[in-house]
Ligand binder design. Structure first.
Ligand code: GTP
Ligand code: MG
Length: 137
């Protein structure tokens, strides 16, 4: 059984997609272990996206993810890391299939509604960045 870190980005929260997104993972059969609405600080944003620090869009990425509250979540289930990525769809909404979250709810790469950990190591790292042990059941 795996756990992963998922986050509705500021665009998704503003567009009131939190309920729809939680619903999809619940109906799939995954189990919610923790969740909170938070305003990410610049410091946390830079840690979270450290792997992209050298990319030309890093500044934009940090600015966007700190532009409003996000809904941070920890989900548990069989193969939840890769299955959640499938349910999210391709990073670029121009390529994400209809039926996926990005495919159904977004049109732009920089505002693609949801984040999900891409590996066991990043799931562990990101859960540790966003949640204390006592915030998870
Ligand atoms: P996340 O779940 O958000 O990490 O997306 P991902 O794992 O599918 O993609 P990746 O980690 O490679 O990129 C992180 C985020 O950076 C993406 O979700 C995009 O929103 C954003 N991003 C990627 N490429 C670009 C770009 O060229 N310009 C801008 N502005 N944003 C980008
Ligand atoms: Mg990523």
């Amino acid at each position: 059984i795996q756990t992963t870190f998922l986050m509705v980005k500021p665009d998704g929260v503003k567009r009131q997609l939190v309920g729809e997104i939680v619903d999809r993972f619940e109906r799939k059969g995954f189990e919610l272990k923790g969740a909170k609405l938070i305003q990410i600080t610049e410091e946390l944003a830079k840690k979270h996206y450290a792997e992209h620090a050298e990319r030309p869009f890093f500044g934009e990425l940090v600015e966007f993810i700190t532009s409003g509250p996000v809904f941070a979540m920890v989900w548990e289930g069989e193969n939840v890391i890769s299955v959640a990525r499938l349910m999210m769809g391709a990073t670029n909404p121009a390529e994400s299939a209809p039926g996926t979250i990005r495919g159904d709810f977004s049109t732009t790469l920089s505002h693609n509604v949801i984040h999900g950990s891409d590996s066991l190591a990043s799931a562990e790292r990101e859960i540790g960045l966003f949640f204390n042990e006592n915030e998870l059941v």
